[in-house]
Design a protein around this ligand. Structure first.
Ligand code: PLP
Length: 391
């Protein structure tokens, strides 16, 4: 088996050794329920307090504004459903055509329950026009829910302008910052969004833990009823994973600027080399503003799903701009919304670098990718059974 070459950090990240070390005692002797009054429980509670401060610090929020939960998807569902529950007469939701499935699937479901959904378009570069948002808002709009950073292309939405518009129009704003947190600076105190989704497993912490930021001036109603998290999210907290999340947030904050600069240089070398040395390669999404770690490329004439299988044989992990469902390959909704044709979308790959990516990883990727692409093009029409690898 080839050595792992992991270029899929937008799907998930490996657990950092320091994060693992921080969480281990909470999987062993420190097993107390944070709601218990004896000292074993109080130590868990105190550890949650520290983690809340660490996560709050990463996003420029107050600790009381952070509600721990199970994942980014739960945070997004909770934010949107909370806004709808607060103002039940308002039945219009604004989102975009390039959101994560956490938002899309919920909005599609809400459409079947009689809600009106506006899917804002993006341009060929994946950028959103704030004027279109402003025009779409009506007196019926209950919530605006948009990505901060796109998980497939890394393109950043103009969140300051978006937040200024929703503030002016007095409409609650939810931002999905699952991909942005830890990769770009975030200051929620300045921004003034009402709800922001976060997830630990994109930050070198375990899967299955996340948080919803709720601005202390925003109205909010819980999705899961129970006494924990000050009744804002019922369910005994996943103490060890939350502590890992806190440590990961502290490390992300500490490394953020240096890591972003280093990773962007690696990403740019990777991308520029492929664009200049391989025929028929095109980048999807604007160069800037974009996450420093993400490169989404179309390799004309290949089948991305087959490329993934061949890359896998060499230890290289990345994602396809398409997903397999019910036996057929569906091109990415993000790429098609940007005007990429279905065939081009099916020939697109997402590479996402991370803190552990090295210069020699990039050298290796730059040896493997052109070789596999030439092989696939030489063997057209490509064979192999499709696989779904996307997040
Ligand atoms: N939002 C974005 C932009 C994501 O990339 C993801 C995960 O891929 C999520 C939400 C969902 O987060 P989680 O996996 O914690 O539910």
């Amino acid at each position: 088996m080839s050595e792992l070459l992991y270029l899929d950090h937008n799907a998930t990240t490996p657990i950092d050794p320091e994060v693992r070390a921080a969480m281990l005692p909470w999987l062993e002797n420190e097993f107390g329920n944070p709601s218990s009054v004896y000292s074993l429980g109080r130590r868990s509670s105190a550890a949650l307090t520290k983690a809340r401060e660490q996560v709050a610090a990463l996003v420029g929020a107050q600790p009381s504004e952070i509600i721990f939960n199970s994942c980014g998807t739960e945070a997004t569902n909770t934010a949107i459903l909370s806004a709808l529950a607060i103002d039940p007469d308002k039945r219009h939701i604004i989102t975009s055509a390039v959101e994560h499935s956490a938002t899309i699937k919920l909005c599609e479901y809400l459409a079947t329950r009689g809600y009106e959904i506006t899917w804002l378009p993006v341009d060929n570069d994946g950028l959103l026009d704030p004027d279109k948002l402003e025009t779409a808002i009506t007196s019926e709009t209950a919530v605006v829910s948009l990505l901060w950073a796109n998980n497939e292309t890394g393109v950043l939405f103009p969140i300051e302008e978006i937040a200024a518009i929703t503030a002016r129009k007095k409409v609650p704003l939810h931002l999905d910052a699952v991909q942005a947190a830890g990769k770009v600076p975030i200051n929620l105190e300045e921004l003034g969004a009402q709800y922001v989704s976060l997830s630990a497993h994109k930050l070198y912490a375990p899967k299955g833990v996340g948080a919803l930021y709720v601005n202390r001036r925003a109205r909010y109603t819980a999705l899961l009823r129970g006494s924990q998290e000050e009744s804002k999210r019922g369910g005994t907290q996943n103490v060890a994973s939350i502590i890992a999340f806190g440590k990961a947030a502290e490390m992300a904050q500490c490394h953020l600027l240096a890591a972003a600069e280093r990773i962007a240089k690696l990403r740019d070398r990777f991308e520029q080399t492929l664009l200049s040395s391989v025929e028929g390669v095109r980048r999807n999404g604007t160069d800037e503003p974009r996450l420093p770690n993400t490169s989404n490329l179309t390799f004309t004439g290949i089948e991305a799903e087959t490329a993934l299988l061949l890359f896998d044989q060499e230890g290289l992990c990345c994602s396809a701009g398409s997903a397999c469902s019910s036996g057929s390959i569906n091109p990415s909704h993000v790429l098609t919304a940007m005007g990429v044709t279905r065939d081009e979308a099916r020939a697109s790959l997402r590479f996402s670098l991370g803190r552990t990516t090295t210069e020699s990883d990039i050298d290796r990727a730059l040896e493997i990718i052109p070789r596999i692409i030439s092989k696939l093009r030489a063997e057209r029409p490509a064979g192999g059974s499709p696989v779904a690898i996307k997040s």
